[in-house]
Design a protein around this ligand. Structure first.
Ligand code: ADP
Length: 503
């Protein structure tokens, strides 16, 4: 074998090896390719899975985000709900507290209603009782008014007859006078009681010398008591200087007068003693007045009732004694208004002692001096001279005013009704003072005052009326009057008004 062949063979073997290697490499490559395809597929599938997972994660994430937003919202809602609950709780507590208060109020109102109902029942019973008493009172009153009226009219007729002797005339006039006083007494009592009941009772406190009052009353009633064969006596237990008490002088006078009048009225004989004691064992000190009689006395069970209005100790025995059962009720109201008490100790058939107390208020030095000043200014008032118009349809009343005003008069004009008064006022703008009666024909006093006030604001107008009823004063002042006085006109009241007004 030549070299070429040998090389050829070597080459062939090398080629074969190479082919084999190539074959093995190709097989490996195919295997590798197959593996790659598998790996690729796996990768692809894994990628898809990943993408799916990622998508799922995004969704899960979104869901989570949504859920947490929801949770935050819910939490906020819960906070709000909580706040609302707290608020509602507070409101509930407030409401509960309010309900407790309302409940207490209701309980209180119920109690009040119960009380009110009881009061109403009592008031109704009292009204029925007072209605019954008022009927009895009216029947009694008609007798009380008729009797003195008979006296007045009967004896006035007798006086008109010709040839009545001077002595007889004097006797008739006395009867007329007594009857007039009795009438006035009844009317005053009715007015007093209506003032008390309407709450219009006024108190004028001033220094009052009780010794002087007692002595005056003693002198006043002595003849009446003696005429009945009764001995009247008094005891002033304080020296004059210490007997000055601050109280309502007129009311004290009325109380004492009522009690002494009764003592005389309800005694046939025996004695009446009255006076007072200073009680220093009480705080404040009190003056205890007493009026002791040896008269008919009062049953135990009537001793409280007689102080009620219209009550008399023995209703069946009414005709035996004149009276309306008002005096003690008025006295009791006065005493209580002045800060005291009134009571009676009595035994039927033996006599009675009426007691009443007043606080012992004494006058200070400064008050004494100011009172002296007032009295002096009242005196000065008599220097006042006025042009006066008296508007009165009743001649006697007009005359009476004329007489009373004597010291104050510069000129007097007269009118008999409101219309005339208005005309006179137009023609005499310089009138200082008008006395205006209220009840008059043609035109009554209120209307006339209103008309006068349209063109004259300065003239002083005093309304004077015989029927002093509740609200009359207000009516008069509303119409334009400066003052309101009831008939019979009390001189001291009138003069002190004139003094104050024209000073
Ligand atoms: P009046 O005397 O007008 O009837 P009062 O109110 O003054 O009215 O008195 C009421 C009643 O009290 C009298 O009706 C009388 O029964 C009785 N009374 C008053 N004072 C006395 C007295 N001093 N003695 C006996 N009874 C009296």
């Amino acid at each position: 074998m030549d070299i070429q062949d040998k090389n050829k063979e070597e080459l062939k073997s090398e080629l074969r090896i190479l082919l084999q290697e190539n074959n093995s490499l190709r097989v490996q490559k195919e295997k590798r390719e197959a593996e790659l395809i598998i790996a690729y597929k796996e990768l692809h599938s894994q990628n898809k899975e990943k993408e799916k997972r990622a998508a799922e994660l995004i969704i899960a994430n979104l869901e989570l985000k949504f859920q947490s937003e929801e949770k935050a919202k819910r939490a906020a809602e819960l906070i709000i709900a909580n706040i609302e609950l707290v608020f509602q709780n507070k409101e509930k507590e407030k409401r509960a507290a309010e309900l407790i208060i309302a409940n207490k109020e209701l309980v209180f109102q119920n109690k009040e209603k119960g009380k009110r109902a009881k009061e109403l029942i009592k008031a109704k019973e009292k009204a029925e009782e007072s209605d019954r008493l008022k009927s009895a009172f009216l029947a009694n009153m008609s007798h009380e008014i008729r009797t003195p009226m008979n006296g007045i009219l009967g004896f006035t007729n007798l006086l008109k007859k010709p040839n009545v002797s001077g002595e007889k005339q004097q006797q008739y006039i006395k009867v007329i006078e007594r009857s007039g006083v009795r009438m006035l007494n009844i009317i005053n009592n009715i007015i007093s009681i209506s003032k008390i009941e309407s709450g219009a009772m006024e108190v004028n406190v001033a220094a009052t010398n009780i010794n002087e009052q007692i002595e005056y009353i003693y002198t006043f009633f002595k003849p009446e008591a003696e005429a009945k064969g009764i001995t009247l006596s008094f005891k002033n237990s304080l020296p004059l200087k210490e007997a000055i008490v601050k109280t309502d002088r007129e009311k004290l006078f009325a109380i004492l007068t009522n009690l002494i009048k009764n003592a005389i009225k309800y005694s046939e004989r025996g004695s009446i003693e009255f006076g007072y004691m200073l009680k220093k064992d009480r705080e404040p000190f009190e003056v205890e007045f007493y009026i002791k009689d040896t008269g008919i006395g009062i049953e135990k069970d009537r001793q409280k009732a007689i102080f009620e209005r219209f009550f008399q100790a023995d209703i069946s025995d009414k005709s035996a004694f004149e009276g309306a059962g008002l005096g003690l009720a008025i006295s009791k109201a006065y005493v209580e208004k002045l800060g005291g008490k009134i009571w009676v100790e009595s035994e039927k058939g033996k006599g009675s002692i009426f007691y009443f107390t007043l606080p012992y208020h004494v006058e200070t030095k400064a008050e004494k001096e100011s009172n002296i000043d007032k009295e002096e200014s009242a005196l000065e008032s008599s220097l006042i001279k006025l042009k006066i118009l008296i508007v009165e349809d009743n001649e006697a009343s007009s005359w009476l005013l004329d007489e009373m005003m004597e010291n104050f008069v510069k000129e007097v004009l007269y009118a008999v009704n409101g219309l005339e008064a208005v005309e006179i006022c137009r023609n005499h703008p310089d009138i200082d003072l008008i006395f205006m009666d209220i009840k008059m024909p043609v035109m009554e006093g209120y209307e006339a005052t209103r008309l006068i006030r349209q063109f004259n604001k300065k003239t002083c107008i005093i309304a004077e009326t015989a029927c002093a009823l509740e609200g009359d004063r207000e009516k008069a002042l509303e119409a334009g009057c400066n003052e309101y006085l009831t008939k019979p006109i009390a001189e001291n009241k009138l003069f002190s008004f004139i003094g104050e007004h024209f000073q």
